[in-house]
Ligand binder design. Sequence first.
Ligand code: SAH
Length: 249
Amino acid sequence: MNGSLIVVGLGPGDEALITPEVSAALAGATDVLGYAVYTARVTRRPGLTVHPSDNREELARARRAIMLAAEGRHVVVVSSGDPGVFAMASAIFEALEQMPGHLELDIRILPGITAMLAAAARAGAPLGHDFCAINLSDNLKPWELVEHRLRHAARGDFAMAFYNPRSKGRPHQFARVLEILREECEPARLVTFARAVRTPEESIVTVSLGETREEMADMRTLVIVGNSATRRVGRFVYSPRSAFTGVAE
Ligand code: SAH
């Protein structure tokens, strides 16, 4: 029995942003596993078993996916956006490390369009120069590390994309993030709040750092902080490809 395990990204929301190879993997699946909000996006059909689970159960889900594939099933694990960005691909490998008997399984990771790229495209090109992505959740790392990386990214003049910026369980941390940014960056620094990008509830708002308020972000928001050269042109925001104005490319 030759089972398979394919880890896919469903993109930010719009079906048009699901890649053809991800659609083909879903069409060939016997089992789909994932956080219930994401499995809800998968079309039901005869022959397909959908296994929704809670979003805190990533490792258990990963183990179950590996076991099902080992039994000969064609398993697809779904994440939103890209599966390698703060998502299931790492959880699968973490589980696999503890299950070395399954290292020879047919495992593939199929990329998707991550929220950061969908958000940047809506705003213009704020990530057109060097940038970094930071997950602001301290579920899986200490909060001190979040602050440390944030401060150093700001000092390095990287543009930044923040995932999981603010949840009900830790409402004050995003206020602290804005405080650190105000210490490290000038008040005119452009900050884009991209909420529910590529869904019917989409909203994209760009303000200066001085105008930011913590309520502008929630868990459906991707926040992009520009670098010191990021600027507006008409309704767009972009980071020039050279960070030094006047330097030839
Ligand atoms: N693997 C996903 C990220 C999972 S972490 C990806 O590559 O996009 C979940 C976080 O992603 C959310 O808290 C939010 O910050 C961001 N996110 C996911 N989908 C989004 C969307 N449609 N619009 C804005 N942000 C989104």
